[in-house]
Design a protein around this ligand. Structure first.
Ligand SMILES: Nc1ncnc2c1ncn2[C@@H]1O[C@H](COP(=O)(O)OP(=O)(O)O)[C@@H](O)[C@H]1O
Ligand SMILES: O=C(OP(=O)(O)O)[C@H](O)COP(=O)(O)O
Length: 398
């Protein structure tokens, strides 16, 4: 891979402190990690560095605690899941900077692995603050970035650090970029994108560029509710960012100008409680009761998605079509995933999907290993698809 150094260029690291940025922002259900794909993807890099005798210090974020210590966003429970995937001991340090980090690192022997607490517990992380980056850099001799799925963030641990220490791409970073280039570098048309999920405010801006790159865009999940509301549809108590209505309307205009078809849900599965087995009904999107929330796309909407999957030669997918973690609101996502998987197996479709929850949804559907490629990245993958240079990748290419 041209443009940056990889682990092949990293020699003589026995006894060296390697700060390894990984993405451990994994789905958690009832306090336990419910999908370990992201951990499995970074495991080869961790093992390789540990086997070469480095002191492997994992830096990662979890959730969006916005610069404050938030108990439920602690990485401590994730350390156990990393340990289970690796089959090796993983120590935990209660802060990623300062004395607490230094003393945890001082206790390491060559080859040991340490996970430091959530980088986003410090406001300097998301601001890419120079002093915070320096405090992180003080703990390491070398920096390796294996968090492709966080490479669209210009944060201290994903970007700033690469400018302070000798910087290398990890095996997953390298493999993700190579696989995306191979699968989507020159996509066969029509190209269909499916964008759903819950991260509406951080992903909606991507869509105005994406509609210029794809022939059709299916909008699902919480993202769809925002677009429906922007068109005057009553979405009741659904997850919806009403203040983004102008942005949504502009994207619809951009899509029309670019000749990109927009596919919104026409029916929805609604419930009054966000819990498994909640009493639910399927209604036309024009008939969502004011005290209910849309938790899934309905069967007519799924048929529309399937019709587009029949026409498409290439699929890019980030974000589930509904709240797939709670049954029966997984139906639309599972049906679309299996349909895309069957088209792929028939040789009719190149299918690339990504995102922490999207991967979990595809695993839940039993479809992940039938897709052409499954990326760990959601937002980063969409930004790569737009043609943007990701700050975390650019910093490695300095
Ligand atoms: N209609 C909906 N209402 C509430 N949550 C939803 C809805 N549709 C999807 N979601 C939620 O979206 C989340 C995944 O979104 P997101 O984080 O954007 O995906 P990814 O991690 O794959 O990038 C899931 O937890 C899912 O429950
Ligand atoms: O889970 C992630 O992104 P994704 O939901 O787009 O896959 C990454 O860890 C980035 O997290 P962020 O969107 O809170 O910066």
């Amino acid at each position: 891979m041209a443009g940056f150094q990889t682990l092949d260029d990293l020699q003589d690291i026995a006894g060296k402190r390697v700060l390894l940025r990984v993405d451990l922002n994994v789905p958690v259900k009832d306090g336990a990690v419910s999908d370990t794909t992201r951990i499995e993807r970074v495991a080869p890099t961790i093992r390789e560095l540990s086997d070469k005798g480095a002191k492997v210090i994992l830096l990662a974020h979890f959730g969006r605690p916005k610069g404050k210590v938030v108990e439920e966003d602690s990485l401590k429970p994730v350390a156990g899941a990393v340990e289970a995937v690796l089959g090796r001991k993983v120590a935990f340090g209660t802060s990623c900077i300062g004395d607490e980090a230094a003393s945890a690192i001082a206790a390491l022997n060559n080859g040991d692995i340490l996970l430091l607490e959530n980088t986003r517990f410090h406001a300097g992380e998301e601001k890419n603050d120079a002093e915070f980056a320096k405090a992180l850099a003080a703990n390491g001799d070398t920096y390796v970035n294996d968090a492709f799925s966080a490479a669209h963030r210009a944060h201290a641990s994903t970007e700033g650090l690469a400018r302070l220490l000798p910087a290398y791409a990890g095996r997953t970073m390298q493999a993700e970029l190579e696989a995306l280039e191979k699968g989507l570098g020159n996509p066969e048309r029509p190209v269909l994108a499916i964008v759903g999920g819950a991260k509406v405010s951080t992903k909606i801006d991507l869509l105005s560029n994406l509609v210029r790159k794809v022939d059709a865009l299916v909008i699902g999940g919480g993202m769809a509710n925002t677009f429906l509301a922007a068109q005057g549809v009553e979405v009741g108590k659904s997850l919806c960012e009403h203040d983004l209505a102008d942005t949504a309307r502009q994207i619809l205009r951009d899509a029309e100008a670019a000749g990109c078809s927009i596919v919104l849900p026409v029916d929805a599965v609604v419930a009054r409680e966000f819990k498994a087995g909640a009493e639910n009904e399927t209604v036309d999107v024009s008939a969502v009761p004011s005290d209910a929330m849309i938790l899934d796309a309905g069967p007519a909407s799924v048929k529309n998605v399937e019709a587009w999957l029949d026409k498409a030669k290439t699929l890019v997918w980030n974000g589930p079509l509904g709240a797939f973690e709670i049954e029966p609101f997984d139906r639309a996502t599972v049906a679309a995933a299996n349909y895309a998987a069957a088209r792929t197996e028939a040789g009719a479709l190149v299918s690339v999907a990504g995102g922490g929850d999207t991967v979990a949804a595809l695993n839940h559907a039993g479809a992940a290993d039938k897709f052409t490629y499954v990326s760990t990245a959601g937002g980063a993958f969409l930004e790569w698809m737009e043609g943007k240079v990701l700050p975390g990748v650019a910093a490695l290419s300095k």
